[in-house]
Design a protein around this ligand. Structure first.
Ligand code: GDD
Ligand code: MG
Length: 353
């Protein structure tokens, strides 16, 4: 599982925690992903870490509490997706022809993992890619296939995509193919390994499916994914409570007349005051929403304080920031950790930090 990226598009949230450790629906993204792997019969996972590597082991330990055997391999310099895979090769067990499942660490998906592995074995492919269809493929790896499902090209983040089928970020590699990735330098599977395999005529298969799929790389997607887990649109055995209209974690205090809904999550020790509304938003642990404030489709960092009467819609508030009363922030605005917005300072803000 590749969990070493910087999570740039989720800044400032990823200044204090790596993207795969940010809580969606109460637990880190990685916890949901590991639960899916375990539920599919995977017993052992190697986490390829780089950025803020230590927090993964602190949280997951040897994996026994999660029903898995976990190992960690940390890159001293980020090696990219392919370099990260190559870097863990010594920790992989099994023979040269055995399948190795690789996960991008920021994906929520209903993929049938055993079915992906079966497709790979039946086709005797070098690599098999989970594919999904998206409306706008430009931000992804675009993967055209022929009538038999064989991959014909791999176009990473191309401005003029020939198909809506994209790389969904889960692969099966034949173990010997990993041995062939060059060691000790950054390698991108998307820009180097896959195009190289295709140019050499190596069989690369696609496995398209239409189950739930979401890359949690942007604030909007992050909020969406959290809501979908809370409301049960996306199933996860790691969800720390029953499916419902909201998830309120232990130790949170919510005023009786506050409205929490739309799949919102209220973190441990967070506080929501009288008459406040939290709609589809994610409040990290210890966040405070004061009386009469409205927080919609936003992420509120740990211990951040949202003052009385504030309106937030589609924004990201960094850890410990203070938004004093009567501010309004919307449409992609981001507030840095620890920043203080004086009362009534901002009425509307779009895409500003
Ligand atoms: N260990 C390690 N080292 N992990 C890394 C590194 C690295 O240097 N760089 C990235 N990763 C991890 C990230 O943490 C993430 O889990 C995964 O690799 C993919 O990186 P992203 O930064 O999320 O890539 P993306 O979303 O722009 O594109 C990738 O995912 C798309 C599907 O969501 C590509 O694989 C696309 O082709 C694909 O369509
Ligand atoms: Mg991503």
């Amino acid at each position: 599982m590749l969990v070493g990226g910087q999570g740039t598009r989720l800044r400032p949230l990823t200044m204090s925690a790596p993207k795969p450790m940010l809580p969606v629906a109460g637990v880190p993204v990685t916890a949901h992903m590991l639960a899916r792997a375990r539920d599919a019969g995977i017993a052992r996972v190697v986490l390829a870490t780089s950025y803020r590597a230590e927090v993964f082991e602190e949280y997951f330990g040897d994996g026994s509490a999660h029903g898995l055997e976990l190992e960690y391999v940390t890159e001293t310099e980020p090696l990219g997706t392919g370099g990260a895979i190559r870097n863990v090769v010594e920790r992989l067990r099994g023979g040269p022809d055995d399948p190795v499942v690789i996960f991008n660490g920021d994906i929520l998906s209903g993929l049938d993992i055993p079915a992906l592995v079966r497709r790979h074995s039946e086709a005797d492919a070098a690599v098999t890619l989970h594919l999904t269809e998206v409306v706008d493929p430009r931000a992804f790896g675009v993967v055209p296939t022929d009538a038999d499902g064989r991959v014909t090209a791999f176009l990473e983040k191309t401005p003029d995509p020939p198909t809506n089928l994209i790389n969904a970020g889960c692969y099966v590699f034949r173990r010997s193919v990993i041995d062939m990735i060059p060691a000790g330098r950054p390698v991108s599977v998307e820009r180097e390994t896959f195009p190289g395999l295709l140019a050499a005529g190596t069989p690369v298969m696609g496995y398209p499916d239409s189950t739930y799929w979401l890359d949690l790389g942007t604030p909007a997607a992050f909020v969406q994914g959290s809501r979908d887990l809370v409301t049960g649109r996306m199933a996860s055995s790691a969800l720390p409570g029953p499916v419902g209209d909201c998830l309120v974690l232990p130790g949170a205090a919510v005023a009786a007349d506050a409205k929490i809904g739309g799949g919102a999550t209220v973190g441990a020790g967070a506080r929501v005051g009288a008459g406040a509304a939290v709609d589809g938003a994610v409040l990290f642990d210890g966040a405070v929403v004061e009386a009469g404030a409205t927080v919609r489709d936003s992420v509120i960092g740990r211990g951040a304080v949202i003052g009385a009467g504030v309106l937030l819609d589609g924004v990201v508030i960094g850890d410990g920031a203070i938004i004093e009363r009567d501010n309004e922030l919307r449409a992609g605005a981001r507030v840095f950790p620890g920043a203080v917005l004086a009362a009534g300072a901002v009425r509307f803000s779009s895409d500003r930090t």
